[in-house]
Design a protein around this ligand. Structure first.
Ligand SMILES: C[S@@+](CC[C@H](N)C(=O)[O-])C[C@H]1O[C@@H](n2cnc3c(N)ncnc32)[C@H](O)[C@@H]1O
Length: 434
């Protein structure tokens, strides 16, 4: 009997964890069976699971007419994988055989191998033509409804098209971004990030070993830039791991404290700093209990991460919106604590990779109402477009923006200034020559 592809077996296991147990792919990609896979099989299983989840609605629409009674989740996931592969160029013989074998090896499901064989053979013939006509998959209702209420149906449809298209690879340069763009054969974006349409193996790109760059979405690279010239300033990166913004601040010459609750995630900050040869003080602890005085705080608060669905198509399927109201409360407390850590006149950049206004615009409006004298500064950085400016004064970025360039993560960001004396920001300093 031919061996079954381990990547397909693991893909089905991953789908089971996401769709049956509400685990994120990043959590599900662990354990002995996962560790035992070769690196190429892990990459293949992850990619297949991501693409099935990105196209879940399409897979289910194609399968529906063939399934009078809904089969158990395990069998449904095998069929979803088979449908996606058959409709996107997979070799029919190998796909159908493997899917049938995966079901045959499961004691509880083996009686359904005939059904799997029949359905996938049918789809191998007429699936690809039908696939091409299917609509762009919609977000699940728990997320779609609040987003339509916030941004309108047309905008949400454009976001869904961006989710389906996926994300290119963006890099942030430690030094000159134009030189980096040339070295890696990428495009220099107006905001200063370097974009590659085809990622390939990231660690094989020029300059990886030397630490000349790190992976960071173009939208995620903007909040640190909103602090302006931070050379020599004391800056707290309040939720720092895995460290993309810490590295930007350190590369810009700030004295950075990188704080995070998770020791495991802080280990990645340390690795990233070691690879890039940048320096920051690493502190493990709860942001709400941290003490000190800083010229600036960057608060990239824990959030629903709904702005990152292009890269994490599992998120809307694994979660149902649970925990978001707790996150909103935490973000509010973090903003208040961050302001208490600022020297008079110091600046706070608040940001979240969320599409939900309660985690963005509303937080800033509420903070301004809670803190007398708190000022909202105009958010300025290279490449910022007029259409990104939100009514209250922050920046609203969406996955459907820059569609012709390959999109960007959804993000919200705003710059606040604490009342009182003038912290040493360039532009606020008296002219030494005058
Ligand atoms: C959005 S991620 C930060 C990403 C990071 N700024 C970057 O650019 O690489 C949010 C982080 O908040 C951390 N976190 C959650 N609750 C925290 C708390 N109470 N105190 C400090 N960090 C916390 C999480 O461990 C997570 O690493």
């Amino acid at each position: 009997m031919p061996t079954i592809s381990s990547a397909r077996v693991q893909c089905v296991a991953l789908l089971g964890q996401v769709l049956g147990q509400g685990r994120l792919l990043s959590e599900a990609m662990s354990g002995p069976a996962w560790q035992a896979l070769s690196a190429p099989d892990r990459a293949a299983a992850q990619r297949m699971a991501q693409e099935v989840l990105r196209n879940l609605e399409r897979c289910d629409r194609l399968l529906k007419p063939h399934l009078r009674k809904g089969p158990p989740l395990f069998v449904r996931n095998v069929l979803r994988l088979g449908a996606w592969e058959l409709c996107t160029g997979g070799a029919a013989h190998g796909v159908v055989n493997d899917c049938v074998q995966i079901v045959a090896q499961d004691r509880k499901a083996q009686s359904m191998k005939g059904l799997v064989n029949a359905v996938l053979r049918k789809l191998s013939a007429d699936g690809p033509a039908q696939w091409a006509k299917l609509r762009v998959p919609r977000l699940p209702r728990w997320l779609r409804e609040p987003l339509v209420a916030a941004w309108g149906g047309k905008a949400v449809a454009a976001m869904e098209a961006a989710h389906l298209a996926g994300a290119p690879l963006d890099l942030t340069a430690k030094g000159d971004p134009a030189a980096l763009a040339q070295a890696v054969g990428g495009v220099l974006l107006p905001s200063g990030s370097v974009r590659l349409a085809e990622a390939g193996q990231v660690s094989a790109l020029p300059g990886y070993e030397a630490g000349d760059w790190w992976v960071q979405d173009a939208a995620a690279a903007l909040p640190a830039r909103l602090l302006g010239d931070v050379a020599g300033l004391r800056v707290l990166d309040m939720c720092a791991a895995p460290g993309g913004k810490t590295m930007q601040l350190a590369a810009a010459g700030a004295q950075v404290t990188a704080l995070d609750l998770s020791e495991a995630r802080l280990a990645r900050v340390a690795e990233n700093l070691a690879r890039t040869g940048l320096r920051a003080e690493i502190v493990a602890g709860d942001a709400l209990e941290h003490q000190g005085t800083y010229d600036a705080v960057l608060l990239d608060a824990p959030c629903s991460a709904t702005g990152t669905i292009r890269r994490h198509p599992d998120l809307p399927h694994a979660k149902q919106g649970e925990g978001i109201s707790e996150l909103i409360g935490l973000q509010e407390r973090m903003i208040d604590h961050a302001l208490s850590l600022l020297a008079p006149g110091g600046r706070l950049v608040f940001c979240t990779c969320s599409l939900i206004p309660d985690e963005g615009e509303c937080q800033i409006e509420a903070a301004l109402a809670r803190h007398e004298g708190l000022e909202l500064l105009q958010a300025e950085a290279p490449g910022v477009e007029a259409g990104w400016r939100a009514p209250e004064g922050g920046l609203r970025l969406r996955p459907d923006f820059w569609a012709e360039r390959g999109g960007m993560d959804g993000f919200y960001m705003a710059v606040l200034r604490k009342p009182g004396g003038s912290a040493p920001f360039q532009g606020d300093l008296p002219d030494p020559t005058g």
